[in-house]
Design a protein around this ligand. Structure first.
Ligand SMILES: *[C@@H]1O[C@H](CO)[C@@H](O)[C@H](O)[C@H]1NC(C)=O
Ligand SMILES: *[C@@H]1O[C@H](CO)[C@@H](O)[C@H](O)[C@H]1NC(C)=O
Ligand SMILES: *[C@@H]1O[C@H](CO)[C@@H](O)[C@H](O)[C@H]1NC(C)=O
Ligand SMILES: *[C@@H]1O[C@H](CO)[C@@H](O)[C@H](O)[C@H]1NC(C)=O
Ligand SMILES: *[C@@H]1O[C@H](CO)[C@@H](O)[C@H](O)[C@H]1NC(C)=O
Ligand SMILES: *[C@@H]1O[C@H](CO)[C@@H](O)[C@H](O)[C@H]1NC(C)=O
Ligand SMILES: *[C@@H]1O[C@H](CO)[C@@H](O)[C@H](O)[C@H]1NC(C)=O
Ligand SMILES: *[C@@H]1O[C@H](CO)[C@@H](O)[C@H](O)[C@H]1NC(C)=O
Length: 709
């Protein structure tokens, strides 16, 4: 076995040596500024010469350094080749298989220059000033399979444009100014065609006979109607990219393409799908965003369906109309920015692959759960976005989404959350209920969310937090900023212990961070005590608040079940009248005639349970003017500069004295959630990419142009 392996590896080495001896690059110094790289697998030497001053310059550098039999990929780019017309590529005495002349300001081309280039199968003249198809060259280069004439200012295609390219399979004409095409201009054997980003108004029967097509890009034109303009028959067609046109209808011919996998029709004026996709049983991705789709029906999609990603954002849908119930492979559904007024989980009960739905920016006021008699439902959603809707209540509709990881209910009109609303959300990590009208989270405390680590409830009307976290055993971050919170229950966090779930610290305990920015409690004179009591319970409070002047500030009444000021008149749950906010100067001037107080409150030592505060008048970033009575309480834990200055002058504070563990923690949290978001997005994109790339590409044909719309 070992011998065998040794044998194999020495064979491989021999093979390598063999290759190097037949095909290799010269010393870099000999050909500088050109560069050379050999791919031993494909047996192609890639030579790149950029910024050359003449063709002669290139010939001088390269001639004699390469074996005439070496297969060469030659790129001359960003160069001025003014003498090109009187020279010839055979002066190199090499076997050129790929030729790229890009960004060379080439206009006129003499066919003689290209004589002897019979081995070229990839030819790119992209990014030049050709203005017309250089059809006279094709006789010299009859073996071109892939031709890239992108962005060369071509205006018309005629019957003879490509007729001498008998082997052409892939043709890229993107980003030209094509407005006229002869019906016979595109060779019938073409497999991949990109005529995107031109000025085409009418396809003029050009595509009708292209039965070999696999990919078709006609995006970014001025097409209004392509009905009966696509190939009559295209058994291999997998992808159609027709975004950014003026199409009002999907062509019915889509029904004729049994292998169609991806369609991109975003940024058009589609009003309905008209059943055009109802035969596309292989369709995996449908990008239909930014249209005017107003209705969907059950007959709009094929059964059985392979559809995995459906993008319907930015349309005018008012109802899903049971149109999605048979999309059993659907994974990702985007419906944001439509006009839905209702969403029922009944629409998705059988979509067991569905992981993510974006329903944000609709007008949803009613949520409906799955039918009550249904025992077995397959919903395995992990992400649900319902932000920016009109929800006033959740109706218990979301209970039982046992796999849900992230739920966004921000920017709705929720006044109340009932205990049954979140029952069974056993995997939920992130709950965003910010920007609603919630006055209490008390009811939530009766639901158990065993994994919730982040709660966002800022911009509500919360006044008192009592036992509100009791159903949240592992909460690590609570954003309660911009509420009316005056008091925290002494037992608020008694049943909560932040536990890290991911990464190297998995399973370790951490500090629960509560953001109380812009809440009256930060103006409470007893704040240091409150902070310190919370601190002993592994909870850190932070935030900055605008406070009324001292003489109007509440002070904590006699000790009770709450930390913070609870007005005497009420016993357990007083209605708190928020103090007038003195946010602007004018208001400030005539309400305040005492010495303005500018506070920047900072605990000076991080570890110690007893927090000390210092009042500065010197924080220019927060308060510019002392006549401004706006007060800033900046509660942060640990100022390493101060610590370093007083007790341990020897050790330097990290990162230049501005190290702030709270801010850093927050930053890291933010990053973590951003990374999470990105990951979702990447998954999504790589899904799409896989689909795009699954169409196998001859390596030589790897055109960046074809991979972008
Ligand atoms: C090409 O190179 C070979 C070997 O180096 C040489 O024999 C031949 O004459 C050269 N041909 C031209 C046209 O320069
Ligand atoms: C359509 O094709 C005809 C030739 O059959 C040509 O004369 C005409 O200019 C073409 N029109 C467009 C818009 O391409
Ligand atoms: C397409 O093919 C049909 C039948 O083969 C032929 O009559 C027609 O002229 C062709 N059209 C074009 C534009 O090549
Ligand atoms: C709902 O679907 C039915 C057929 O399934 C269709 O006739 C009707 O137009 C659709 N309505 C809307 C509002 O989409
Ligand atoms: C919820 O949606 C809002 C609005 O789109 C967004 O700002 C917020 O970041 C989302 N929350 C989370 C936790 O992703
Ligand atoms: C801190 O924890 C202790 C026991 O763990 C509990 O009795 C006390 O109420 C907690 N204090 C706060 C402010 O939650
Ligand atoms: C007072 O504070 C507010 C809010 O921070 C600020 O916009 C305003 O410019 C301040 N006024 C003065 C005179 O500094
Ligand atoms: C820490 O205190 C020093 C001196 O009081 C101050 O200059 C610095 O800005 C403070 N740092 C932070 C992060 O607040």
């Amino acid at each position: 076995m070992l011998l065998y392996r040794l044998g194999m590896s020495s064979l491989a080495m021999l093979a390598m040596l063999h290759c190097t001896s037949t095909q290799h690059c010269p010393m870099w110094r000999q050909i500088v500024p050109c560069t050379c790289k050999t791919d031993y697998v494909d047996k192609v030497t890639t030579i790149t010469c950029d910024k050359m001053t003449s063709f002669e310059h290139v010939v001088e550098k390269l001639r004699g350094h390469f074996n005439p039999e070496d297969r060469v990929s030659l790129r001359l780019a960003y160069s001025t080749l003014g003498d090109l017309y009187k020279r010839s590529f055979d002066e190199f005495n090499m076997t050129i298989v790929n030729l790229k002349l890009n960004h060379d300001v080439i206009g006129f081309l003499d066919p003689e220059t290209f004589r002897s280039l019979t081995r070229v199968n990839y030819f790119s003249l992209a990014d030049n000033d050709l203005r017309e198809v250089p059809e006279k060259l094709w006789k010299q280069m009859p073996n071109v399979k892939t031709l890239d004439l992108g962005r060369t200012k071509i205006k018309t295609l005629s019957e003879t444009s490509f007729s001498n390219l008998k082997d052409i399979e892939c043709l890229v004409l993107a980003g030209n100014q094509i407005s006229e095409m002869d019906p016979k201009s595109i060779p019938p054997q073409i497999q991949r065609l990109h005529i995107g980003r031109n000025h085409i108004k009418r396809l003029n029967n050009t595509l009708k006979n292209l039965t070999e097509l696999k990919w078709l890009f006609i995006n970014g034109n001025e097409l209004e109607d392509i009905e009966s303009q696509l190939p009559k028959f295209a058994p291999k067609l997998k992808l159609i990219h027709a975004s950014d046109n003026l199409l009002e209808k999907l062509p019915q011919q889509l029904k004729n393409y049994p292998t169609l996998e991806s369609i991109f029709f975003h940024n058009n004026k589609l009003r309905s799908l008209d059943g055009a996709l109802s035969k596309s049983t292989h369709l995996q991705l449908a990008e239909l965003e930014h249209n005017q789709l107003a209705k969907l029906s059950e007959e709009d999609f094929a059964v059985p369906s392979s559809l995995k990603s459906l993008f319907l954002a930015f349309n005018e849908l008012t109802s899903l109309n049971n149109s999605l119930t048979k999309l059993t492979n659907l994974n990702f559904l985007n419906l944001k920015f439509n006009r839905l007024t209702e969403f029922s989980l009944e629409e998705i009960v059988d979509l067991k692959e569905l992981r993510s739905i974006d329903l944000s920016y609709n007008r949803i006021s009613t949520l409906k759960g799955p039918p009550p008699n249904l025992v077995d439902w397959n919903i395995k959603l992990t992400e649900l976005k319902l932000d920016h809707n009109d929800l006033q209540t959740l109706n218990g509709a979301l209970s039982g989404l046992t796999e849900l990881l992230r739920l966004n209910l921000s920017f709705n009109k929720l006044r109340k959350i009932s205990p049954e609303d979140f029952i069974g959300l056993e995997e939920l990590r992130l709950l965003d209920i910010s920007y609603n009208y919630l006055t209490t989270l008390e009811e939530t405390s009766k639901t158990y969310l065993p994994r919730l680590s982040e709660l966002k409830a800022s911009h509500n009307l919360l006044t008192i937090l009592d036992k509100d976290f009791h159903g949240l055993p592992v909460l690590c971050y609570a954003d309660l900023s911009n509420n009316q919170i005056v008091a925290l229950g002494r037992d608020l966090v008694a049943k909560t212990r932040c536990t890290i779930e991911h990464g190297v610290h998995e399973g370790t305990w951490d500090i629960l961070k509560i953001n109380l920015q812009e809440n009256p409690i930060l103006c409470d004179a007893a704040l240091p005590d409150i902070t310190s009591i919370m601190e002993t319970n592994h909870t850190r409070i932070y935030g900055v608040s605008h406070c009324p002047p001292l003489n109007e500030q509440p002070t904590t009444s006699k000790p009770n079940a709450f930390l913070g000021y609870v007005p005497d008149s009420k016993t357990s749950k007083p209605i708190y009248n928020p103090p007038i906010e003195y946010q602007n100067e004018q208001e400030a001037q005539h309400t305040d005639n005492q010495t303005p107080r500018v506070q920047n409150v900072e605990p000076l030592s991080s570890g110690s349970p007893e927090l000390r505060y210092e009042i500065h008048n010197n924080d220019p970033t927060i308060v510019e003017d002392n006549s401004n009575i706006t007060e800033h309480l900046n509660v942060v834990n640990g100022n390493d500069t101060a610590t370093a200055g007083s007790d341990n002058s020897g050790s330097k504070p990290p990162s230049g004295g501005n190290f702030d563990p709270v801010k850093q923690g927050k930053q890291i949290d933010k990053l973590a959630s951003e990374i999470e978001e990105l990951r979702t997005r990447i998954d999504q994109l790589s899904n799409q990419n896989q689909m795009l790339l699954s169409t196998k590409f001859v390596k030589d044909e790897k055109l960046s142009e074809l991979q972008k719309p």
